[in-house]
Structure formats: C-alpha cells, structure tokens
Design a protein around this ligand. Structure first.
Ligand SMILES: *Cc1c(COP(=O)(O)O)cnc(C)c1O
Length: 523
C-alpha cells in the first residue's frame, strides 16, 4: 500500500463551452506584413458566404485553454504514460524526432498545389517511402494514398474488383474468402467492394482449416483476405499452399499488413505469394494513432498481368498519385491515376504527416534496425507468455504451445466459468493498477479474449509488472470474486454503464446535441 497505489487525477473540469465567457480573447491575429499584403492583394469574401452572425465558439484566454487541456490529459492514459498493450493496435512509442521532422516549417508550410519543382524535398521523401515499403513487403509498387488500414483494404478490394472486371470475369467472381480470426475491417471492406464474404474456420492450432478452405474455393472466388501472422499472433503454417489454391482459380491474395511488427525483415507478403498488401504506418512505423484523426495505410502490389493484350498490370490499378523519378529531367514527378486506376481515394497526395513519421522511423532504424524491432517485439510477446502461462483462471486458446509473433490472445474463460469474473473485470482491475487494458473480446473466436501486444518499445520491467498484475488479479479474484465487479475505483472515470453509454438517447457527440438532449431532459 502507500506509495504503490495508483491514483489518477480527477479535476472537476467543465466542458469548454461552459468555461467560455463572452469577450475573452486568447489570440489576436496580427495584420499581415506589408509585402504579404501586396502579394495577396485586397481580400474580398463573396457576400453570400459571409456569416450573418459570428459562429458560436467558446471564448477563453490562452491560459484557460491550456489548463483545460492539461487537466483533461491528466485524466487520461496513453502510451506516453505507461504500457498500452492493446492487441492488434501496435501501440508503440512514437519517436519525437519524427514529430519534429514532420513539423519542420519546410514541410509543414508546403501547399499541395505548388509546382513540382518547388516541392522536390517532400516528393523525394514520399518516393523513398514508396520504395522502402515495397521492399519491406516484397511488392513491386506502392501507393501512399489511403488514409487508414481499412482504407487500404478498401482500395485493395476495389483493385481485386477491377482486375476481374478488366478480364471480363466480374459476373462470375463474386466471393472473397476471409478467415474467422480476421479483423472486422476485412469482411467490411469486402462487402463494401460489392463481394459476398465467405468465412473459413480456424483449426485447433490456429491455422486456417485447409479442408474447409478447399470446400469453399471455387470459380466464384475473387480473392482471399488474410492476416499473417493472424490476430492470434500465429504465423499461418501453410500459407504458400493457400496462395497456390487461390491462384489456381484465378483469385487474388490480399494481405492485411496492419501488423508487420512480428515479421519485418524476416519474411514478406510478396514472398508468401500475395498480390496486394496494405501497411499501417500508424502501427508498425511509429506514427501516432490519432483519436479518429489521420493515419496512413499505403497499399502495395505485385506487378501481376491483368490483361496481356492491352498491356495492363496491377500497377495501373493503384489509387491516387504516385511519385516517380524522371531520369531525363533529374527530378521527382507526380503521376496521376490513369484510366484503369481505381481513382482518387482522398484529396491530394495522402496524409503527409504520418507518412513523414513513417519515413523517419524507417530511415532512423535502417534494415538492420527494423529486423531488431521484429526480434524485440516477438521476444517480448513470448517472454510475457512464459510469465503468465499456467496462471489460474487464464488459458491460451489455439495452438496453446506454439510460439507467437507480435501478440498473444489470452482467455479469461476459465475464470468466468469458475467464479463469474470476466475479461472485462480483469481489464478494469488492470486500470486500478495504473496499467492499460489489453484489447478485449476480440478476435471473436476466443471467448473472454485478452489480446495483448507489447511491441518492441516496452521494457522488460514493465512486461514483468504487467504479468504480475494479471497474476495478482487472478489471486484477488479467486479470493473475493464479488470485489472484482467494483473496479476501477482509482481512475478519473469509474465503471461506466456500457449499455446506457450505447443508447442513442444518452449519447451526445457534440455540444449542440448535448444542449438539446440534456439541458432539456434535466429541466
Ligand atoms: C488496425 C487493423 C486494421 C485497420 O486499420 P485502421 O487504420 O484502424 O483502419 C486492419 N486489420 C488489422 C489486423 C488491424 O490490426
């Protein structure tokens, strides 16, 4: 007790709109410099878009804004506070050097409509990132356009669709096969791309059940989407056999490469037989995951022939502009999507800030460093497994004794059966120890799942602390199960009513909705 008790800050912090007072000012926009004025000329905003009234924004002084957000941040927990082993999310430390580079004025102040010869620096960065990612994945070309993993998947599915369309097969190729251990975005992107999703089960060792796969592969198979290592952290042992099977019916293989942390430098989707792969820069390559903010999910392809006669290859299907080097002119140039491309997925050239993070991360580590990242991440996972294996109340479903790659999925099912303490209860108890919870209840094939991923940046001591916390929780739970329903008590927000929180009636995503719903409900 005493020194070791974790307690999170709890400020009685109002919503920023409630803090505001009319007329209070935080910042005065200075008049532009005379030369800027001269360059830009008189600014005249068209009458019809001028607001009649100023927008209803909170008015505060600078110090109030700063205090508000510092207080909120103290009531929160992130990767800068301690271990954040959210499985499948690869919450590694985001190196500050990459932040500094991405915020460098020479990058931050560029405009996407500037002439190519004035932005050679950023084009060079993007060019090398394309090349490095192609190299890391064993693919031929990459497009940096997609803004997230799911966006990259969607681009991939649209390319699969276009491939079959250009080969005159789209009325036959109607199905995409997805394993039951898949991330939820895989069936979602397949369905959004207009395909029927066919699920295949995993076998007891956590591999795709090959016999079940053979049953569903047919002339209708447009492609297969798979994560390898799977969301169970297990490397698919028969991946080349699976690739041959899908190719034998002219299906394409899509690799969900959101988590390359377990294989980088050791094996590549291109070498396993995949045709298309996406990468999550905001997982493997050190860019932060914004709270719903911009990420980057580049999509890469093997330059497979689509139509020999017309000379179309998968490269022609890639989305968005790509950067190429023009040997003759000795400069970088943008190539815009041509007539076989799936087209534009977002404005301009992709999310530049996370892409710069990824560039710096790779440049900083080099190929040797990236390999060490993989080694460290895999060792961390398996060391953690060694520490928790055999702890009462937890099990390791699917290939119990197999080595894992980037992550491991524990199950609290034995604890639930014994004493009705659930994965959620375990997670809440972890919060009270000043640790973050794993990803819970995913993948769906593991009951009471605790999906844990430390990445390469977690220390030995913290992994031991985490394993000890899980053991403590098991002991406490078997000692007094009823107490486990009370956690967390030391956090700024204690246990929330999940059902209530999900009811549309109680949700208020904006200040306007909040005013409408609650101020009137209260009255
Ligand atoms: C995170 C993740 C995705 C989706 O990535 P987003 O950037 O969140 O869209 C897809 N597949 C797997 C396996 C993931 O872990």
């Amino acid at each position: 007790m005493g020194m070791n008790v974790f307690r999170q800050a709890k400020w009685p912090e109002p919503i920023i709109f409630e803090l505001g007072r009319s007329g209070r000012i935080g910042f005065l926009v200075p008049d532009p410099e005379p030369e800027v004025k001269e360059y830009v000329g008189e600014i005249s905003i068209p009458e019809k878009i001028i607001r009649k009234q100023p927008p209803n924004l909170p008015e505060l002084s600078e110090v109030e804004v700063l205090r508000h957000f510092i207080n909120l941040s103290q009531m929160s927990y992130g990767v800068d506070n301690g271990p954040l082993p959210l499985g499948s999310c690869t919450m590694k430390y985001n190196p500050r050097i990459a932040y500094e580079v991405s915020q460098d004025q020479r990058i931050a102040l560029l405009h996407p409509l500037q002439d190519e010869d004035t932005v050679q620096g950023i084009l060079e960065i993007l060019y090398y990132l394309q090349k490095w990612l192609a190299n890391i994945t064993g693919m031929d070309y990459c497009s940096l356009h997609p803004a997230a993993g799911a966006h990259g998947e969607f681009a991939g599915v649209l390319m699969i669709r276009k491939y079959h369309e250009l080969r005159g097969q789209l009325d036959i190729k109607k199905e995409i096969i997805v394993p039951d251990s898949a991330h939820g975005t895989n069936p979602a992107s397949s369905a959004m791309g207009g395909f029927k999703v066919v699920e295949v089960p995993s076998d007891r060792d956590g591999n795709v059940d090959i016999d079940a796969l053979k049953e569903v592969v047919s002339e209708s198979t447009a492609g297969l989407m798979i994560t390898n290592p799977s969301t169970l952290g297990l490397f698919e042992e028969r991946i080349t056999e699976i690739a041959e099977l899908i190719h034998s019916v002219d299906g394409l293989l899509y690799y969900d490469g959101a988590n390359l942390n377990g294989i980088m430098g050791y094996t590549r989707p291109g070498d396993m037989g995949f045709d298309i792969a996406h990468i999550n820069i905001h997982k493997t390559f050190g860019a932060p995951h914004g709270g719903g903010g911009p990420g980057a999910g580049p999509v890469c392809i093997k330059n497979r022939v689509v139509d020999e006669e017309r000379g179309i290859t998968l490269k022609d299907l890639l989305p968005g502009p790509r950067v190429v080097y023009d040997d003759e002119k000795g400069m970088y140039r943008l190539v815009f999507p041509g007539k076989y491309s799936i087209g534009w997925l977002k404005a301009f050239f992709g999310n530049i800030v996370p892409l710069v993070w990824g560039f710096v991360y790779i440049a900083m580590l080099g190929s040797k460093g990236l390999k060490e990242v993989t080694e460290q991440a895999v060792i961390n996972t398996n060391y953690f497994i060694k520490l928790v294996r055999g702890t009462k109340g937890y099990s390791i479903p699917y290939g119990e004794n197999r080595f894992r790659k980037h992550e491991v999925v524990l199950s609290a099912e034995p604890m639930k059966k014994d004493i009705d303490v659930t994965a959620e209860d375990v997670s809440k108890a972890l919060l009270d120890k000043g640790l973050y919870a794993p990803t819970i209840y995913f993948p769906l094939i593991v009951k009471e799942a605790l999906m844990t991923e430390f990445t390469e940046t977690e220390t030995l001591e913290n992994i031991e602390r985490y394993a000890n916390a899980l053991k403590d929780i098991s002991r406490q739970a078997y000692h007094s199960p009823e107490n486990m329903k009370k956690h967390p008590v030391n956090t700024s927000v204690t246990r929330i009513d999940q059902v209530k929180a999900n009811r549309p009636r109680t949700m208020a995503p904006t200040w306007r909705v909040y005013l409408k719903k609650f101020k009137s409900i209260k009255k």
